[in-house]
Design a protein around this ligand. Structure first.
Ligand SMILES: Nc1nc2c(ncn2[C@H]2C[C@H](O)[C@@H](COP(=O)(O)O)O2)c(=O)[nH]1
Ligand SMILES: [Mn+2]
Length: 207
């Protein structure tokens, strides 16, 4: 039975089966590469890049409806936004790599991944989604940028509770940077759940 076209993009120039498997094998690195921020803090058994993107996808799935808001696009943005880290790894803000350099490294890696996929509409869509997230222009991009921060501080809270780590710097790094009401509300709830003795980050109105 012919597969029905996806709900938004009819695939043309579909990649060859071998290109698909080559691309997916590249993406295995997302499942095996631990998130650097936690490794640097000595977190035991830290999450992978894929773990992080998966929960962001779930966040987009359960986010409240907003008129004119494309939830499906947010789910796609979530599972694509760090895809280039399959090649360049997970760079943190304290690694001393400039934003310009990081963007260049990611786009070069993304272009290579899309070449491995054999180009075509799937590769084009992945590139478009990645560019949209990077541009932070659309409501969906702003929301998924917020989810990136929400997912990180929720994970930080869980490591603080489970492993007694003090991950205050992660909470400070996102204070005041939220762009959507939902992101701000979710972040405030997470911050409110932090336990003493760790200092409580700036109050929610500074989220
Ligand atoms: N040591 C710190 N690491 C941080 C901080 N803020 C983010 N990070 C880490 C988290 C990830 O490992 C990586 C970037 O994640 P992306 O999802 O943006 O690719 O950087 C921080 O304040 N300190
Ligand atoms: Mn991310």
């Amino acid at each position: 039975m012919a597969a029905s076209p996806s709900d938004d993009v009819v695939r043309n120039g579909a990649p060859s089966t071998s290109s698909v498997i080559d691309f997916l094998s590249l993406c295995q690195n997302l499942k095996t590469t631990k998130r650097t921020g936690w490794s640097l803090k000595g977190v035991k058994n830290p999450e992978s890049i894929a773990d992080h993107m998966y929960r962001m996808g779930l966040m987009a799935l359960i986010a409240p409806d907003v008129p004119g808001f494309d939830r499906n696009k947010c789910i796609k943005l979530a599972i694509v936004h760090d895809i280039a880290e399959a090649i360049i790894g997970d760079i943190t803000p304290i690694d001393g790599v400039s934003k310009k350099e990081k963007t260049y490294l990611e786009k070069t890696a993304l272009d290579h991944m899309c070449e491995v996929l054999g180009g075509g509409s799937a590769a084009t869509e992945i590139t478009k989604l990645w560019m949209e997230y990077e541009s932070n222009f659309s409501l969906e991009a702003k929301f998924v940028k917020d989810l990136d921060k929400v997912e990180m501080i929720l994970q930080a809270l869980e490591y603080e509770d489970e492993q007694g780590k003090n991950l205050e710097e992660f909470f400070r790094s996102i204070a005041g940077k939220f762009q959507t009401e939902t992101g701000k509300a979710w972040a405030s709830e997470i911050v409110s759940r932090r336990k003493n003795p760790f200092p409580i980050t700036d109050r929610p109105d500074n989220m």
